[in-house]
Design a protein around this ligand. Structure first.
Ligand code: NCD
Length: 314
């Protein structure tokens, strides 16, 4: 059984962080971004620490940015994936993480297809655990990087109208962003087909609209979600063309938001389905900036996780 570490920090859910802690991590990302823009992108903050990225579901952005973040802070970073690990031979998640833990990992970053898996892992290991996406449940680091991107572009988060469009029911990105944005004072509006709305949507503290146009009107931020085809039962939407016609974010629909509105998408995108290429690549899009902020925010988070006694003051 694992020992209890009083000072160990985890990030399993966005609700693990208070609004002040979220803002401290977001604001400290600036100095890590500055480091990433130097010609020698390296600081010794995590020298001698071991970060294991255990990714048992596909990932490009999240896995790469955690790897880059750890390496820029001088940690030893090891990547374990589904195809390259003994999970492929049937080893359980519990046995896999117990094995990684006795190798003295300091941080285990875990992505897994089951909701609750990060919480499960944290019960068995001494390492700090970061949830990099657990099924349909949460993706707290995506919410942090999205809030950092919003704050960068809009100066503040409190009082903004944020429209989240698409497959809310299957989206861990939506759940974590709703938890972050509502507690940071944004007014969150969601729209998408009823079959892709969680049954308890009203209890999440958001306004639900049946028509995408109503969510978009006057929005400061438009967050488009990927249709999570791999998590859906069949028959939830008639077909992709119908979905794009009624809910796809295109140039005409974006015109309903404020002229200064920013357009976000966590990636990977289904171009021509939930978002038209002209919007994804248009002037209002901050999709690439989200990726860049992802590295800086994950550096800030790893630093915060490993320096439990440091309140992140400069
Ligand atoms: C998201 C994820 O994996 O939850 N992607 C990401 O981390 N950038 C969103 C998605 O897959 O739709």
């Amino acid at each position: 059984m694992k020992q209890e570490h009083a000072a160990r920090r985890n990030l399993l859910s966005i609700y693990d962080l208070s609004p002040d802690e979220m803002l401290a991590i977001i604001d400290s990302a600036d100095r890590f971004e500055e480091l990433s823009r130097r010609s020698i992108k390296k600081a010794p903050a995590l020298r001698g620490k071991t970060v294991i990225n255990l990714f048992l579901e596909p990932s490009t952005r999240t896995r790469t940015s955690f790897e880059i973040a750890g390496k820029r802070l001088s940690a030893d970073v090891i990547n374990v994936s589904d195809t390259s690990s003994s999970t492929k031979k049937g080893e359980s998640l519990k046995d896999t993480v117990l094995t990684l833990d006795v190798m003295q990992a300091d941080v285990i970053v875990v992505r897994h297809g089951s909701s609750g898996s990060a919480q499960f892992v944290s019960r068995y290991v001494n390492a700090s655990v970061i949830n990099a996406g657990d099924g349909m449940h949460e993706h707290p680091t995506q919410a942090l990087l999205d809030c950092a991107t919003i704050k960068r572009n809009c100066a503040t988060i409190a009082g903004l109208k944020v429209a989240i469009i698409g497959d809310i029911a299957h989206s861990r990105v939506a759940r974590s962003n709703i938890g972050a944005l509502t507690r940071l004072g944004a007014e969150v509006h969601v729209a998408g087909p009823l079959t892709l709305m969680p049954a308890d949507v009203a209890s999440l503290g958001v306004r639900h609209h049946l028509r995408v146009e109503h969510a978009l009107e006057g929005a400061d931020v438009v967050m488009v979600l990927r249709l999570q085809k791999e998590r859906q039962e069949s028959g939830l939407i008639p077909n992709l063309r119908e979905y794009a016609r009624h809910f796809g974010v295109n140039r005409n629909r974006i015109a309903l938001a404020k002229p200064s509105a920013i357009v976000m998408h966590p990636g990977p995108m289904n171009r021509g389905v939930e978002i038209e290429p002209e919007v994804a690549d248009g002037d209002q899009s901050v999709i690439k900036q989200q990726v860049e902020m992802g590295v800086a925010v994950r550096m800030a988070l790893l630093y915060w996780i490993m320096n439990a006694s440091d309140p992140l003051t400069n």
